[in-house]
Design a protein around this ligand. Structure first.
Ligand SMILES: [Zn+2]
Length: 212
C-alpha cells in the first residue's frame, strides 16, 4: 500500500474530528500532502463511523486516483486548488462544525476576542460564496485567507470551515480553534458586546507566546 504512514496519520485525524462531531456521517473531509506530487484524501460517500486506513485515496494534484478503490472526496477540487496555489500548506481540514457554520450562514466573520481567535493569526474571515465541490470554493478560501493579516483558516459562506496547516496536527488544531472561537463569540454576544482585542494587544500577546 502506497504511503501507509501518511494514510494512518490521516485516519487518526479523521477519527479525532469525528469524535468531536466536527465531521459527521460523511460530511467534512481531510487531506494531506503525501509527496510533492501526491496527496492522501478521505473518500466520498463513506460514513466516518466505519472508515479504515485502506479507504484513504491517494491522488495527484489534478485529482486523478493513484491508489484506492473508493472515489476521492467530492471536495477534492477545493483541496487541490489550495495545494496548487499555497505551497506552504501541507494539510487541509474541512468541517461543517456547527458554531462556525452558523456564522458562515449569516456572513459574519469572527473577531479576535480571546486567545482562541489568535490561533489562526487573526480574525476568522468569511470567504465569498462559491458552490461546494468546485475549484471556485478553493479560490474563495484562498482569497479570504490572504488577508491582511494572512490567516490559516476561513469560514466558507453557507458551507463550513476550511483550515490549513504545515502538517496535519496544525490543520486539525486550526479547525478546532475556529470552532472554539465561534462558540465563544456566539456565547459572548448573547450576554453583551464583547471587547475586541486591538492590533496592539494582539501584537503583544503574540510576542509573549513566541518567546515561549
Ligand atoms: Zn463541505
Amino acid at each position: 500500500m502506497l504511503y501507509e504512514t501518511t494514510r494512518k496519520a490521516l485516519l487518526k485525524i479523521v477519527l479525532k474530528l469525528h469524535e468531536k462531531d466536527f465531521i459527521q456521517l460523511n460530511s467534512g473531509n481531510v487531506s494531506v500532502r503525501a509527496s510533492t506530487e501526491h496527496c492522501a484524501i478521505t473518500p466520498t460517500g463513506m460514513s466516518y463511523d466505519d472508515i479504515k486506513v485502506e479507504d484513504m485515496v491517494i491522488i495527484d494534484l489534478d485529482g486523478a486516483i493513484i491508489e484506492g478503490s473508493l472515489k476521492p472526496s467530492s471536495e477534492t477540487p477545493m483541496h487541490m486548488t489550495v495545494y496548487k496555489n499555497m505551497p506552504d500548506v501541507k494539510a487541509v481540514v474541512h468541517t461543517h462544525s456547527p458554531y462556525a457554520l452558523a456564522f458562515a450562514t449569516v456572513g459574519r466573520s469572527i473577531p479576535v476576542i480571546s486567545t482562541e481567535g489568535l490561533a489562526i493569526r487573526g480574525p476568522i474571515p468569511i470567504a465569498q460564496y462559491a458552490c461546494p465541490g468546485t475549484e471556485a470554493q478553493g479560490w474563495a478560501a484562498i482569497q479570504a485567507m490572504q488577508g491582511p493579516p494572512a490567516v490559516t483558516g476561513t469560514l466558507l459562506k453557507n458551507h463550513g470551515v476550511l483550515a490549513t496547516g504545515t502538517n496535519l496536527s496544525r490543520a486539525f488544531a486550526a479547525a478546532c480553534r475556529i470552532e472554539m472561537a465561534a462558540k465563544i463569540y456566539f456565547l459572548a454576544i448573547q450576554i453583551g458586546n464583547p471587547d475586541i482585542l486591538t492590533d496592539e494587544q494582539i501584537k503583544e500577546i503574540r510576542n509573549v507566546y513566541l518567546r515561549k
